[in-house]
Design a protein around this ligand. Sequence first.
Ligand code: COA
Length: 372
Amino acid sequence: MYRAAITGTGVFTPSEVITNAELVTAFNAYADKYNAAHAGQIAAGDLPAKAHSSVDFIVAASGIEQRHVIDKTGVLDPDRMYPHLRARTDEEPSLMAEIGVDAINTALAQAGISADQVDLVICAASNIERAYPAVAVEIQQLIGAGGFAFDMNVACSSATFGIQTAADMIRTGSVRTAVVVNPEITSAHLEWRDRDCHFIFGDVATATVLQRSEDAKGEHFIIRSTRCATVFSNNIRNNAGFMRMARDQMEDRRDMQFIQNGRKVFKEVLPLVSQHMADHMADEGITADDLKRLWLHQANKAMNDYIGKKVLGREPAPGEQPNILQDYANTSSAGSIIAFAQNSDDLKPGDLGIICSFGAGYSVGSVVVEKA
Ligand code: COA
C-alpha cells in the first residue's frame, strides 16, 4: 500500500459579486411585482403574498455577506431571477469543464506537475450539467490527462467523498496521480425567488491534486485517513432529472430547484457531523489537542461555530476554524476545499487538521491530514 498526499489545490472564483443589499433589493422588487400581478388571488386568500427579504436576517441567520456568481444580471433582474448562462454548442467546452480546468491548472502548478501525469480525474459536484458524456471525461481531454475519469455526486459532500475515492485508488496502486475537481454552478439550481433560501449559494470551482506521497515535490499534506457516511433524508432535495418529460413535469415547479427544510437540517446534521468527527478522531487516535485546524463545510456560521465547539470541546481560537462563507456563501462541495486552500500554508510539519464536508443525503465526509 502507498501513502496518498494532497500536493496542490486550486480555486476559481467568478469575478461577479452580489452583495446582500443588491440581492435583497432585487428580491423585494420581484416580490412587489409578484404581489401586484396576483393581487386578486392574494386578496381572496387563494395565494400567499410574498414577504420581503432582509439583509439583517441573512447575516444573522447565516453569516453570509456576499456571493460570487458566474452571471449577476439575470439573478438581479426582477423579471427573470435566474442567471443568464449562454447555451453552448457541443463543440465548445461546457461551463463546468471550463471553470474546473481553471481550478485544476492552479492546483497542478502548486503540485509542480503537468497534466499528462494525471491518470484519474473525478468531477465531484452537487449537480452535473448534463447526463453524459461525463464532464470529468471532457476535463480529462481538455487538460491532456491520461487514465480515466468519471463524475460523482454526493451533494455538498462530493469533494471529501471524491478525495476518499481517489486516495483509496492511490493507496492500492490503481492510479498514481489524481485530480478531484468541484465545479459548483449553484446559481443555476438555487431558487432565487424563495426568500427562505435565495441568499444561500454562490458559484466557484475547486480542485485538489492527490499523489503518492513519495512523488510529492513540494509542501504537501499526508492523508492519514478518510471516513464517509450517509443517512437518507428528504430535508434537502432537488427533483430535477431525466424523468421530468416522461412524468409531464415540464412546468415551472418549485421542486425542480434546491429545496430544504433549513431548521430540520440544522437540528439533524449537527449531531451527525459532530459524532462522525469524534468517531473518526477516536479511531485515528487523535484528540482535540492534537488538531491545529478544522476546515469545515461552509453553509452556515452558527453551524460551524457549534461543530467547532463540539469537536474541540471549547471555543475555537481565531483562525483555528476558518470561515470563508461570509465572502463566498455556501459553495456546496467546494466550501471546505476553499477554506483548506486559503488557510493551510502556515501549518508546520507534523501539524494535523480535518477537512469535513456535509449536506444533502444526508452525507458527511472527513479527511484527516498531516502536514509533511
Ligand atoms: N428575510 C427575512 N426573513 C426571512 C427570510 C429572509 N430572507 N427567510 C426566512 N425568513 C423568516 C422565515 O419566514 C421565518 O419567519 P416565521 O418565524 O414568521 O415563520 C423566520 O424568518 C425564521 O426562518 P427560519 O427558516 O426558521 O430561519 P433559520 O434561523 O432557521 O435560518 C437557514 C434559515 C436556512 C439559514 C438555517 O436554517 C440553516 O442554515 N440551515 C441549515 C442550512 C444548510 O446547511 N443547508 C445545507 C444546504 S446544502
